[in-house]
Structure formats: C-alpha cells, structure tokens
Design a protein around this ligand. Structure first.
Ligand code: FES
Length: 314
C-alpha cells in the first residue's frame, strides 16, 4: 500500500440507497474540513483485518465537510461489504484514506457516460460537474429497476434531460448502441460490471470510437474461476535476479517475499495501484484496469501471470 494519510472518520448518516446499497456520510471527528477531491476520486476504506477496499466519492466536491460513499452488499464476496453494512452504523468510526483520482474527467468536446448499478458512484460527481459547466454530456444509467438504481434521484437532479435510464425489469434493457457514433474529440466513460464494459467496448468499436477515447472502470473482478495458474519465472531487470512464482502464489506476493516494495490496494486487478512495466515475456492478463494498448508492456502483478517467464521493469 502506498503511503496515504488514513483518517478516522465518523459515520454521520447511514441509509439504504437501495435494498442492497448502503450510503454513508462521513465527517472528521474534530476537523471542519476534509482533504479536497475532484470528481472521479476514490478513498480506501481500511477493514479491521487490514484489508483495503476502494470506494468512489459520490457526493459534492464543493462540500468540504463530508465525504459520501455507497457500498453494495456482495453476499457472495469476501466479506468486506458485509462487514461495512453491519458495522458502519451512525456514530461508528471508519478508517479512510485521503482521496486519490485514477478516473479524472478528460478534456473533451463531448462526454458520454454509461453507468451500471453501483458504477454510478464516480459518474455522479463527474456528470454533475460537467452539467453545471454547461458541457456537452449524455448519461446512460442501467439497473434492474428504478428501485435498484442507487443515487437515481441525485443523478436525475444533476443531469435533467441529459440522463437516459435503462431498467431491464421495466422493459428497457440497455442497448449499448445508444452511445451513438464517435464524434471528434468525444470521450466515453464506462463504470460498472465487467460484462457491461465488454458490451460497451464492442459497441464502441463498431461505432468508430477509438480505444483512446474510452475510459473504463470495472466495479468487480473478472477472475475466471476455471483458470488454472501455472508456475513461471519473473526476472527483475534492475538486478537480473530471477524469482520463481509457484502456482499457488501471486506475482505480487512473490515480489514482496523478495523485498521488492510494491504498492497495492484492491489486489483484485481493478484499481491499477500495483501496475508496473514488463518486457520479454508472454503475459496472461487477468486485470480489468489496463487498456488493450498498454497490455503490450504493463502488467498488474496482483492477478496477472506469465507463460514460462517474464522480465519486469523493476
Ligand atoms: S492492487 Fe489493484 S490492480 Fe493490483
């Protein structure tokens, strides 16, 4: 984990935004203002067992007194969201990092958002900020139903008629072609589950959107349960040392075992914290954060592996 200030924040309000999404308002126990942030930023929430989970800030950056995050309960997950739903009641203390922004608004002539479910969380402040500036912005929000769409009222208030809603249980399943054809200088932001990202990327490709015009943020890991890890060798370019990565260890774990300091956060291949360069190897990419173009020379060692061997720019 990179060095980031961790603050003790008090849960000022906790409410269910939908039956499965907990919306939290956090304040500092003693300071009137929290560190500033920009739309698209996230914070790390530290769990009692030391694990870290990232949540996008979904409130208003102008409001320096509070942070707002929304946490979807994943009953089949590894317990982090269940802990948050059960423990983070009003008055509880949450250990939260200063914000970091891996998903900033780009300079663009037109901004098109596709937000799926809890993927609304970074998109809401981004779209709100752009709409307030009078930017050319269109937002597609997909969920099972209006009742399952977190922060729908806030998004609707921010975007007005720039917002299109797609609720599958109400007969309006999202058609990714609704993003429309690419126009010069446009940027497409996609936030949601991997299957939504994949569908939108396919449609964008067919509609002429260049890869460089697309910004995607996955909200769940894409790891294939049938994947059978094989051992491989990882060479460090700086020292020439060769490390053996057994089938039951991640490359990140082996690097750390050998004293290589590596930042990390999600350890699920979705945040980009651990990404480093590589050369001379065939990498099995299993992350959801590195673009297709960058996969030629970037690897996420928390989840990705290599066939036989790889040389790392470390
Ligand atoms: S730690 Fe998040 S992508 Fe590797």
């Amino acid at each position: 984990m990179t060095a980031r200030v961790v603050m003790k924040l008090r849960v000022e309000a906790a409410r269910l935004a939908t039956p499965g999404v907990l919306h939290l308002t956090l304040v500092h126990a003693s300071r009137p203002e929290l560190p500033a942030w920009e739309p698209g930023a996230h914070v790390d929430l530290r769990l009692p067992d030391g694990r870290i989970r990232q949540y996008s800030l979904c409130g208003d950056p102008q409001d320096r007194r509070t942070y707002q995050i929304a946490i979807k309960r994943e009953d089949a997950g590894r317990g982090a969201s269940r802990w948050a739903h059960d423990a983070l009641v009003e008055g509880a203390v949450a250990h939260v990092s200063a914000p970091r922004n891996n998903f900033p608004i780009r300079e663009a002539a037109r901004h098109v958002f596709v937000l799926g479910g809890i993927g609304v969380t970074p998109g809401l402040p981004m779209a709100r900020s752009l709409a307030a500036e009078g930017a050319d912005v269109a937002v597609h929000f997909c969920a099972r139903s209006a009742a399952d769409a977190p922060l729908l009222a806030e998004l609707s208030a921010a975007c007005g008629d720039r917002l299109s809603t797609w609720f599958s249980a109400e007969g309006r399943r999202f058609d990714p072609r609704a993003i429309g054809p690419y126009s010069e200088g446009a940027c497409l932001y996609v936030c949601g589950p991997q299957r939504l990202l994949d569908a939108v990327r396919d449609a964008a490709d067919a509609l002429g959107w260049p890869e460089t015009s697309i910004r995607a943020e996955a909200f769940q890991a894409t790891l294939d349960e049938n994947f059978k890890p094989e051992p491989f060798e990882a060479k460090l370019a700086s020292t020439g040392a060769t490390l053996h990565v057994p089938a039951d260890r991640s490359l990140l774990e082996v690097l750390r075992d050998h004293g290589v300091t590596m930042p990390s956060s999600c350890e699920l291949g979705v945040c980009g914290s651990c990404v480093c360069g590589y050369r001379d190897g065939v990498v099995i990419h299993r992350d959801a954060v590195i673009s297709v173009a960058d996969r030629q020379d970037r690897i996420a060692p928390c989840v990705s592996r290599a066939r036989v061997s790889v040389t790392l720019d470390l």
